[in-house]
Design a protein around this ligand. Structure first.
Ligand code: F6R
Length: 352
């Protein structure tokens, strides 16, 4: 049950520290600095990787693909509904990863079946033991988030990100000590974010806004997309996420004093450039909420600061996203929305 929590979503947001501990358990060897995913012991190193997913899982996939590319592995992300094995080169040296917490999403299942049919090696990255994706794929890696009841995905997103970071370590056959150190500290840092978040105060300030925008860059760009998706799902308000550099290529026309902008201003994701975008929206009167690991650097430029602890740049997006989850949660709560079961949505989408 929900225990003392008002909603499953809030409970699941607060379970993220535990979920990440579970995802990591036994998978990092502190002696050898190696990542061990027993499930992938039989996997041959692929020439290229394609990630297929929908919704929140697609945002995790975008994060994973960037991480893979940074390690020299050719990786591309596809919306599962847009994936056609015949239009992209797929062969037995292609690893197709289906990122799907339920393991039942129809679009993702179709993409995985096509990939299998085209001879690819397939991997299900899922939360659900025995799910359709786990059965369809040659390999399976469990994210171990535990059951998620809230329709809006929260802890499964964090666990997908961490699991994709582990898969990257396996495929790259290396992991930086600083990154492994960051992984080890991540559960405690998540707890710090949960205990100190100032996100609730934003709900009163911005409940009447026309729309909410989210901007991020590089590692935090997928988090900007995810922040906006969560906001629209549970508040029913207009929200959009962009790679910060895209702002001036169109979306800026929508920015007014009634459109708060959540800016992911983190070290390691070109903070100075995103600060330039912050100035552009402020010149149009938009309030800016910074999610940052560098409060001293950014606070004089923004209206609010949601702080996250400093960590390895690969892991900052996971912490930053939790602040955005909380911001959406408190706004939806203030609006009295049906947070655990938003209108028109289902937990698992089993039709294409
Ligand atoms: C959003 C959300 C959806 C799912 C999407 C894919 O909060 O939950 O966007 O992420 O339907 O679901 P899975 O991961 O089960 O394939």
């Amino acid at each position: 049950g929900k225990g003392s929590y008002e909603h499953y979503m809030k409970k699941e947001i607060h379970e993220q520290s535990r979920a990440i501990q579970d995802c990591l358990r036994g998978r990092v060897d502190p002696e050898t600095n190696h990542i061990l995913l027993e499930e992938l012991a039989e996997l041959d190193l692929p020439a290229t990787v394609q990630l297929v997913a929908c919704g929140t899982s697609y945002h995790a996939a975008r994060y994973g693909a960037r991480l893979l590319r940074e390690h020299g592995i050719a990786a591309q992300t596809f919306l599962a509904s847009e994936y056609r094995a015949e239009t992209v080169p797929v062969d037995e040296e292609t690893l197709v990863i289906g990122v799907t917490q339920s393991g039942e999403t129809a679009d993702t299942m179709r993409a995985l079946r096509e990939a299998n049919g085209a001879g690819a090696v397939t991997l299900a990255l899922t939360n659900t033991v025995g799910s359709s994706a786990a059965r369809e794929c040659d390999h399976v890696c469990y994210i171990r988030a535990g059951p998620e009841i809230g329709v809006a995905a929260t802890k499964t997103f964090a666990s997908q990100q961490v699991a994709l970071a582990l898969v990257t370590g396996v495929l790259a056959e290396t992991a930086e000590p600083a990154f492994l150190q960051g992984l080890a500290e991540l559960p405690a840092q998540i707890q710090t974010v949960l205990e100190n978040s100032q996100a609730q105060a934003l709900a009163d300030a911005y409940v009447d806004s026309d729309a909410y925008f989210f901007i991020g860059r590089e590692y935090t760009a997928p988090v900007a997309l995810e922040g906006a998706l969560k906001m629209k799902e549970i508040t029913y308000k207009h929200a959009e996420g962009f790679a910060a550099g895209e702002l001036k290529h169109g979306p800026l026309a929508l920015v007014t004093e009634r459109t708060p902008v959540f800016a992911l201003l983190t070290e390691g994701s070109r903070l100075e450039k995103t600060l330039g975008n912050v100035k552009e929206v402020q010149a149009r009167g938009a309030p800016v909420i910074a999610v940052t690991d560098a409060p001293q650097t950014v606070e004089r430029y923004v209206d609010h600061v949601l702080e996250v602890p400093s960590t390895h740049p690969y892991l900052t997006p996971i912490l930053a996203n939790i602040q955005l989850q909380l911001a959406s949660y408190w706004l939806a709560n203030r609006l009295g929305r049906s947070i655990d079961k938003p209108r028109n949505l289902a937990k698992s989408v089993t039709v294409e």
